[in-house]
Design a protein. Structure first.
Length: 162
C-alpha cells in the first residue's frame, strides 16, 4: 500500500466525503466516489444509491461501468478513483476488470468493520477484504488518518451513534 497523499488527493477526497454526506442526507449509506483523469479533471462522480433495495448500487461500481463505456483502456489505466471508503470486494473486482488505475480512500474497510462492531451493528454480508486481496495489481493509497474521523462521523450518524 502506498502512503503518499498529495494536496490534490486531499481535495478529491474532500469531494468524496461531501458526496457521502449527500447520500446520508438522502437516507442512503454514506459513501461517495470520484473518477479523476490523468490531467486532474473530475470525469465522473457518484454516491451510494442502495436505499432502493439494490445493494450493488455503489459509486465505485458506477465508476467502473461509466469508465468502461466512456474511456479508452489507456485513459482508464491512468485515471484515479477517489473514495470515502475502501472498495468492497465487488467494487474492487470491477475496478480490476475494467483496468482502472490508482485508488485513494479516506477510511479502510477494516476501520468501518471495527466501528460497526464497536456500535453493535451487524457486519456487512460481504467480507471486509483489502482491495489488493481482490485486485492485487492495483496501486492503493489509504487510509488517510486526517480524513477517517470525518468518515467515521458520517457512519456514526447513520446508526445514531453520533
Amino acid at each position: 500500500m502506498d502512503s503518499d497523499v498529495s494536496t490534490d488527493d486531499l481535495r478529491h477526497l474532500a469531494r468524496c466525503i461531501a458526496l457521502a454526506a449527500e447520500a446520508l442526507a438522502d437516507g442512503d449509506e454514506p459513501f461517495g466516489s470520484v473518477l479523476v483523469g490523468v490531467e486532474g479533471t473530475e470525469l465522473f462522480a457518484d454516491r451510494n444509491r442502495v436505499k432502493g433495495g439494490d445493494a450493488t448500487q455503489h459509486p465505485e461500481l458506477a465508476i467502473a461501468r461509466w469508465s468502461a463505456a466512456h474511456l479508452t483502456p489507456e485513459e482508464r489505466a491512468t485515471a484515479t478513483v477517489y473514495t470515502s471508503g475502501e472498495h468492497c470486494p465487488m467494487c474492487a473486482a470491477a475496478h480490476g476488470w475494467v483496468g482502472l488505475g490508482r485508488i485513494v480512500y479516506a477510511a479502510s474497510s477494516a476501520q468501518l468493520a471495527g466501528w460497526l462492531a464497536d456500535w453493535g451493528v451487524p457486519p456487512a454480508p460481504v467480507a471486509a477484504l483489502p482491495i489488493t486481496d481482490v485486485a492485487p495489481g492495483v496501486r492503493v493509497t489509504g487510509p488517510v488518518p486526517e480524513l477517517a474521523a470525518q468518515v467515521r462521523a458520517l457512519h456514526a450518524a447513520r446508526f445514531g451513534k453520533a
